[in-house]
Design a protein around this ligand. Structure first.
Ligand SMILES: Cc1ncc(C[n+]2csc(CCOP(=O)(O)OP(=O)(O)O)c2C)c(N)n1
Ligand SMILES: [Mg+2]
Length: 895
């Protein structure tokens, strides 16, 4: 037993006493067998715990309910009434899916997920979930595929009408359609947290609970009465995002967090762990991570059997039966259960001899027992010092009949035959006449019915209806001029846009009104980006303060952790950082406090790494800044293939809520941040800014004057420098962005000095914004062909000039290509397609053809295409610039 080898290294003060105890154990094993010895050991451990001995926790406990029946609190509600309510909710949840699919075959929807989870939600709605009257209430992450059940309850509560239920999954007609899943973007007064991309609800809920504490500890909101509840599927627990942040929740003592994992033992294709036991596996995972675990495995019908199980045979059988077999028992009927589960052990067969086969089928799983769930939730909210997970064992498709219940395809069932529907109605005991069954009618007992009154009273007592998303008008003060005026002045020494950004952050956080609302989020890269002065300035958030003297305490800029610290230093977790970004960026709705997250990361590990969470932030209507630092395929230079980002802007462009910029200069970056804050926090736009910043130093120019400059920074393009009109040579327009602007400026000199060509310099801060606006204008023109066409900003800026254009950036050529349809002069684009490489900036820029020489050469070719220069002039220029036209870059994919 390798595990215990360490014992040899621990001194034993009384070996004789040890030997005596071990002999005692050996005697017990010899006399009673290993089972009894196991029990003895556990009893000893329990007693030792009582005596204050610090022992490691057991990874798993037997396959029975964690809470003893005698410890269950009495149920405070009217159980019969709540059963009737649950039946109505179950019915309508199914009816809305059946009706939608009858009307529009293939529209989809899910019956089985909610059917297995109905009791888990209903206990919450009737007794635990706190609404928003007088405070933020609880934050509830509903399992995405359970959405029909949540709509159905809102229907019973009178918050959603029949007509709206009938528009499940029919959203394009405008307001009133019900989104397939929890999508605040599409139903902003109802849903709060998008969860249907499996795993994201899990990690999101942990960081939400953590952010609630952050807001509280920083005195930005009183979140002491808020609890975060997250409902997850057992299959969903396989997602890295589900399990990845469990230790954070325990480490930070998040007892304001409760997870309910619906262990119906199935996912989409089949069993989650046919050959094992998902509940036990999850118990080990959560216990190991430091969570309080409550298992709800067996319903009350098992209590008398367990009480009579004097030999322990029943618990042993429960322990040794794998999930695949439990599934079989659910579908195979009472005789099969008797023969295969109880039959092999005479003591077990005897235990159920008094029960009929039908009785055996009615031995339910714990997650369908209202009282057991209530007991678990009560224990969870009372638990102090750690988050709680409730592992509730259920049947997928419960009550939907044998064609769905626990069958392998249950997840995708969205139809029931009339006979099945009739049986479902009978089981739910609802007064729906037979002749109506074919249309799967909704059933509402009426607003004055006891059921409707009961739930209305329950919700009123708990603080109002849920789900509900409320946006309070925000109190707003613009950043003071001191925050960013220095950037408009330019710099005398060479600094990077990253250094300027770090300075801007420090200034912002000193702003008297806004400063406290800024939430810097870093995944262990603050030093890389020059943001480590913030550690001392505003502190790193640490819920229990700093319990050690930091190694750098003597230094001016020390590593300072504090309970009221402002920086969220996440460690190396981009997924966790994005979850924080979302909690902070939605706090304007969740907690009526408009915190402004700035998540600063290696740009390569942003959209590419956590793209689904960025997408989710759009659904959640998060606001804030994503700052892609060390950007650019060639600017990051030495880091190579896995680090050099030349495409995050392309991914960002695919995200409708992301407004993306690639500023070249510090004044652009500062102007963008100011405008972004105004748009999101003053005007209330639900957008996210993505700004890339670079680590290449340059003397920063001052902001040029002119309205088209200030406006153009935000629209995506402006003229930075005019051509030299005193010199009447041929003229080109050069578009530069980000760090490649430096090469563009050098190309201007080359063109002038070597070829007598004049170049105008344009700063292209956002190809994606230019395209989006042009598309809107184009659509209008397409629909109004007989009217004077409208013009986009891009067209207004460039029209009436035949000078050709060369665009260069540190991104893929697809970026400048985004605006090609609206350019009617020769337009040559240079970019960094392909994998990045490690080398010097100079070498990389030559390699990818984005250095000054290649830009100048492309300008000569563009002129030749326009007829301003001859083709042989262009060929000669290429030669003179030292470019070998036959040289193939070694790593360009040969297609
Ligand atoms: C990231 C992601 N991958 C896949 C899916 C497709 N999907 C939706 S539900 C589901 C199975 C869910 O099983 P489980 O988590 O056990 O939930 P249950 O319905 O059984 O409660 C799958 C694979 C998804 N929604 N998100
Ligand atoms: Mg499942």
């Amino acid at each position: 037993m390798q595990t215990f080898d360490f014992l040899e290294q621990i001194p034993d003060a009384d070996p004789a006493d040890t030997a005596r105890l071990i002999a005692e154990l050996e005697r017990s094993v010899t006399a009673h067998g290993p089972e009894r010895a196991r029990l003895l050991m556990m009893r000893l451990m329990a007693r030792a715990r009582d005596l204050g001995v610090d022992l490691p926790t057991l990874a798993t406990t037997p396959y029975i309910n964690t809470i003893k029946t005698s410890d269950e609190p009495s149920f405070p509600g009217d159980e019969a009434m709540e059963t009737r309510i649950r039946h109505i909710v179950r019915w309508n949840a199914a009816a809305m899916v059946l009706r939608a699919n009858k009307e529009h075959p293939g529209i989809g929807g899910h019956l089985a997920t909610y059917a297995s989870a109905a009791s888990l939600y209903e206990v919450g709605f009737n007794h635990f979930f706190r609404g928003k009257v007088g405070g933020a209430g609880d934050q509830i992450f509903y399992q995405g595929h359970a959405a029909p059940g949540i709509y159905s309850r809102a229907f019973l509560e009178g918050r959603i009408g029949e007509a709206q239920l009938d528009r499940f999954r029919q959203e394009t007609e405008g307001p009133g359609g019900l989104p397939s899943y929890p999508h605040p973007r599409l139903l902003p007064d109802f849903w709060e947290f998008p969860t249907v991309s499996m795993g994201l609800g899990g990690i999101g809920s942990i960081y939400q609970a953590r952010y609630n504490r952050y807001l509280h500890n920083r005195s930005l909101a009183d979140t002491s009465a808020s609890r975060v509840w997250a409902f997850l599927g057992d299959g969903e627990m396989d997602e890295p995002e589900s399990a990845g942040a469990l230790t954070l929740a325990a480490r930070e003592g998040l007892d304001n967090l409760t997870w309910v994992v619906n262990c119906n033992l199935q996912r989409l294709d089949g069993p989650v762990r046919g050959n094992g036991k998902i509940v036990q596996e999850l118990e080990g995972l959560f216990r190991g991570a430091g969570w309080n675990v409550i298992k709800v495995i067996w319903a009350r019908e098992w209590d008398p059997l367990l009480a009579k199980d004097e030999t322990g045979d029943l618990v042993r059988k429960m322990d040794s039966t794998v999930d695949g077999e439990f599934q079989k028992y659910t579908v195979a009927g009472g005789a099969y259960i008797r023969e295969h589960f109880f039959g092999p052990e005479p003591a077990l067969a005897q235990l159920v001899a008094h029960l009929s086969d039908e009785d055996l089928v009615r031995l339910r799983r714990g997650g369908h027992d209202y009282r057991k769930i209530h007991a678990a939730y009560s224990a969870a909210v009372a638990h102090k010092g750690a988050p709680t997970v409730i592992l509730a064992k259920t049947v997928k498709g419960w009550t939907l009949g044998p064609s769905v219940e626990a069958t392998n395809p249950a997840h995708q069932a969205k139809k029931l035959t009339e006979a099945e529907l009739r049986a479902f109605r009978d089981r739910l005991d609802l007064p729906i006449p037979d002749e109506k069954i074919p249309e799967a009618p909704y059933y509402h007992p009426g607003p004055a019915s006891p059921e409707a009154k009961y739930i209305a009273e329950r919700r009123a007592a708990l603080g109002g209806p849920l789900p509900s998303r409320v946006v309070h008008p925000s109190v707003w003060t613009a950043p003071q001029p001191a925050v960013d005026e220095e950037f408009a002045a330019g710099s005398s020494v060479a600094v990077s846009t990253t250094m300027a950004f770090a300075k801007l952050m420090r200034n912002l956080m000193r702003d008297p009104a806004l400063g406290k609302l800024i939430v810097p989020i870093v995944p262990d890269e603050a030093r890389t980006f020059g943001m480590d002065p913030l550690f001392k300035q505003v502190g790193i958030y640490a819920p229990f303060g700093q319990r050690y003297e930091p190694v750098d305490s003597e230094l001016l800029l020390s590593y300072r952790e504090s309970q009221s610290g402002q920086v969220l230093e996440e460690g190396i977790t981009e997924a966790g950082s994005m979850a924080s970004f979302q909690a902070a960026g939605t706090a304007y709705a969740t907690h009526a406090v408009g915190t402004i997250p700035f998540y600063v990361f290696y740009s390569m590990f942003g959209f590419q790494r956590v793209g689904d969470q960025v997408w989710q932030s759009g659904d959640a209507r998060a606001r804030g800044f994503l700052i892609g630092a060390t950007a650019g395929r060639t600017t990051l230079a030495g880091e190579g293939l896995q680090h050099d980002d030349g495409h995050s802007h392309l991914i960002a462009h695919a995200m409708p809520h992301v407004v993306a910029y690639d500023p070249a200069f510090a004044y652009e970056m500062a102007a963008l941040v100011r405008r972004g804050i105004t748009r999101m926090y003053e005007r209330g736009e639900d957008i996210v800014y993505y700004v890339t910043i670079y680590n290449e130093n340059q003397v920063q120019p001052a902001l040029p004057s002119g309205a088209s400059v200030t406006e153009g920074i935000h629209r995506g393009l402006y003229q930075f420098a005019a051509a030299d009109t005193a010199n009447p040579g041929a003229r080109v327009r050069l578009f530069g962005s980000g760090a490649i602007m430096g090469e563009v400026l050098k190309a201007r000199d080359l063109l002038r000095d070597r070829f007598g060509v004049q170049a105008e310099i344009w700063s292209a801060t956002s190809y994606s914004e230019l395209r989006r606006e042009a598309l809107v204008v184009e659509r209008w023109n397409r629909r109004h062909p007989d009217t004077t066409p409208r013009k986009a900003w891009l067209q207004e800026q460039l029209e009436g000039d035949r000078a050709p254009i060369v665009a260069a950036s540190d991104w893929m050529t697809a970026m400048p290509d985004l605006i090609a349809p609206w350019i009617d002069v020769p337009y040559l684009v240079l970019g960094t397609d392909g994998f990045g490489l490690s080398d010097t900036r100079e070498a990389l820029r030559a390699f990818f053809s984005v250095d000054a020489a290649h830009i100048a050469a492309a300008a000569m070719v563009a002129l030749s295409r326009n007829g301003d220069r001859s083709a042989s002039d262009a060929a000669a220029a290429i030669k003179e610039l030292g470019i070998d036209p036959e040289l193939q870059p070694v790593f360009v994919l040969d297609r």
